[in-house]
Design a binder for this molecule. Sequence first.
Ligand SMILES: C[S@@+](CC[C@H](N)C(=O)[O-])C[C@H]1O[C@@H](n2cnc3c(N)ncnc32)[C@H](O)[C@@H]1O
Length: 273
Amino acid sequence: MEMLWRLRRRQVVAVPSRQALQQARELELVESSPDEPLRLTPLGAKVSDSLSEYAYWKQRGRRHHWAEEIAALQVENLRGKRILEVGCGAGVNLLSLQRCAEVVGIDVEPLYLQFTGVLARLEGVPTPTRVCGRAERLPFEDESFDVALFHGSLPYMRIEKALREAGRVLRPGGRVLVIHGDLGQAIASRASQRRWRLLTPRVFLREVRAVGGMAVYPWLGRLFLEPFAPVYPTRRRMRRWLTQAGLRVNTHETCRIAHEVCYVAEKPAGIGR
Ligand SMILES: C[S@@+](CC[C@H](N)C(=O)[O-])C[C@H]1O[C@@H](n2cnc3c(N)ncnc32)[C@H](O)[C@@H]1O
């Protein structure tokens, strides 16, 4: 597990035991050639992501992300609701939330969804309902959920479309909860992580592309971004997209948390779509 985690973050890997290495190779999680270092296969990257989510979830006492810190995510505010997690990944939030609510997860990546079943069995809990599909075209009826939750997933989607779809499937009075970084914070954290490496032309150009691509995303979409690169818009832009999706931003409950923002927005009662 540690080997996969480190390889995912491009960290130095201590020489793994022969047995661990052989197993990882047999399972096609890692590959290497004589003159190249050990690296994860695409399957290995997904397995590493899922195992990391599971490990962090256990460290948090098997609670969903920000279960205590953000009022809108506290159990008392979610109890009895019908919740859709959009971009649920390996589904650790679903495992927690199903204790107090009816949950459905959707993700574009079938392997992550398969992992939810494995984790549920490991934990001895029911397997939550998951659907494989895209956030931009949710396979659910209008007004069928009380809460649509995006935890760390919206940056990878067509943001405006995903928010419009979330607005569509929400019942009047329902809420969208989005935990998402913003542009300023993203630039600051990228700069502090890379520091001197920014002086290397290759790293510098990659960063210019990533930050420039995010800045022009509202007009040009993902044209300049690498595939699967995240997009962190400004807070003002996010509020505009939420409003355009027919949602009313709750300025009292929207809050900053660590290096992200939790946007809380409601679908006004009495507005059908
Ligand atoms: C950073 S993970 C977050 C996982 C989970 N929400 C959590 O908090 O642990 C982002 C997830 O969004 C999913 N995703 C990205 N684009 C998507 C799309 N267009 N539709 C549905 N899911 C998508 C990815 O497959 C990935 O599982």
